[in-house]
Write a protein that binds this ligand. Structure first.
Ligand SMILES: N[C@@H](CCC(=O)N[C@@H](CS)C(=O)NCC(=O)O)C(=O)O
Length: 211
């Protein structure tokens, strides 16, 4: 039995889109952030960090969206969300998954939660602004690397494209949103056109503008 603990639009969106791409049955369990349920004793037993998402796969309880995503590619290789093990393409896939999680995704914590990075609340806006500027530079590099390719890995779609799509979406309220970079916009449109992605967005109740 698979169960994904989610909140609409949160980092759970990556594994949610993947589960829809895979087409496997799973339970979708809302973590009610309105009630701070991610910090409840019950949820902290699943993820002691009090963050969303968590995937339960039988006896396995997994936190960290990127780890969940990598696990899903291994568990359901037939879905083709990652290249074959041991290939150069697989290594490129790891590069993107790790880069996206430990660089832009981590930076978004400072953008969305600047108060966590200061002892003086008055400094929070400056922290947010600096995080936005670092994110701009990160998206510029990603855009250069993507170039005119269809997907991050070239002609082959992978979970890394779903990850990038989620991160482009998160930046929609930034002064210079990632969608303003033409090739990132085009990639996000291609991801958005996928029926599995449409289904995940629809079930989470996410409405346009998506990114
Ligand atoms: N590195 C973690 C980050 C997860 C994360 O920051 N989740 C956010 C939502 S996108 C969250 O739970 N926020 C609520 C909180 O921090 O209390 C992962 O990828 O799973």
């Amino acid at each position: 039995m698979l169960a994904l603990y989610y909140y609409p639009g949160n980092a759970s969106l990556l594994p949610h889109m993947m589960l829809r791409e895979i087409g496997v049955e799973f339970d979708l369990r809302l973590v009610d952030r309105g009630q701070n349920a991610q910090k409840s004793a019950e949820y902290l037993r699943l993820n002691p960090n009090g963050r969303i998402p968590v995937l339960v796969d039988g006896d396995l309880v997994l936190f960290e969206a990127a780890a969940i995503a990598l696990h899903l590619t291994d568990r359901f290789p037939q879905a083709g969300l990652a290249p074959a093990h041991g290939t150069a393409e697989r290594a490129e896939f790891y590069k993107w998954m790790v880069h996206l999680t430990n660089t832009p995704q981590a930076e978004y914590r400072a953008w969305f939660y600047p108060h966590e990075h200061v002892s003086d609340e008055a400094a929070a806006p400056a922290v947010k602004q600096a995080a936005g500027e670092r994110l701009n530079r990160m998206f510029d590099v990603i855009s250069e690397q993507l170039g005119e390719k269809t997907w991050l890995l070239g002609e082959r779609f992978s979970a890394a494209d779903l990850f990038l799509f989620m991160l482009i979406r998160w930046g929609r309220g930034m002064p210079r949103p990632p969608r303003s970079i033409p090739n990132l916009h085009a990639l996000a449109e291609r991801v958005l056109a996928r029926p599995a992605v449409q289904k995940a967005l629809d079930v989470e109740g996410l409405k346009a503008p998506i990114f």
